[in-house]
Design a protein around this ligand. Sequence first.
Ligand code: ZN
Length: 302
Amino acid sequence: MRIEQTASTPEDDLKNQPVIRSLRVLSSGWGEQHREHRYGSLKPRLWWALTSRSWVKVPINYFLIEHRDGPLLFDTGLDPAIVSDPQYINSAIGRFLMKRIFRLHLSEDDGLDKLLAKAGVSPHAIGCAVISHLHFDHVGGIRHIPQAELLVSEREWAQLSEPHPEREWVLKEHIERPEAKWTPFVFSPSNDPLFEGFAGTYDVAGDGSMILIPTPGHTPGSTSMLIRRNGWAPILLVADLAYEATLIEKNIVPGTGDKQALLSSYTKVRLLKERLPDLVVITSHDFSAAEAISRAIGKETA
Ligand SMILES: [Zn+2]
């Protein structure tokens, strides 16, 4: 079924006042991950983590959105302290495995505070950050935005109460900061046929411009964001559901996460793309993100 674009365009956009003003990619340096991590492996995770010699370069991206009500973030990137502070990760096994799973290349200039300054936005102006999932490379900047509401799905948040979240790269010591305004949210049932199949939606600004949808698999509570603005192709930020958007089309899951849940989320994203044929899917660790966003923004859909 083809949904008419006008049916899914935020109301104010129809009055020619876009509620979303810009969407920019921020990047906290770059890293390297194993080929098996990015493109999948039949071998167990620990096996390739310890034996693989093939490394692929990846960016550590997140996104700055300028909404009419103020700027907000989709994820917050890495904290440069992860390379400068040898004790950044509390657990010794975590420190051991980190070096075998990721090689990280970033400096103090790659922190959220510095990147926002370069973008001409004060960290104090950020009212909200949507956190796609709780991995260390998505929550590293939260210390710079203590005033911001940190939106995370309730399912993702529940990981903190499960045994040993650090084994899944959820580092409590950098999440449960006293000043952080974490706001776990629940997806509400939606009767919009556009989202049929998804287990609910969450409308960030209440105007339809930024709709969160559950896309579990990489982590149990992973969340994607659909951005819609008149004159732009619809954009779906999927974070780490896949490491490249084409892998969702090809049904290739990475070497980490819950395979069945990933495949199920892939199917739902492909269905969404059938309903929104211009949909541009953007992952967080793909060097082509900025170019894909430029194309989506330049493209007229009306
Ligand atoms: Zn990530």
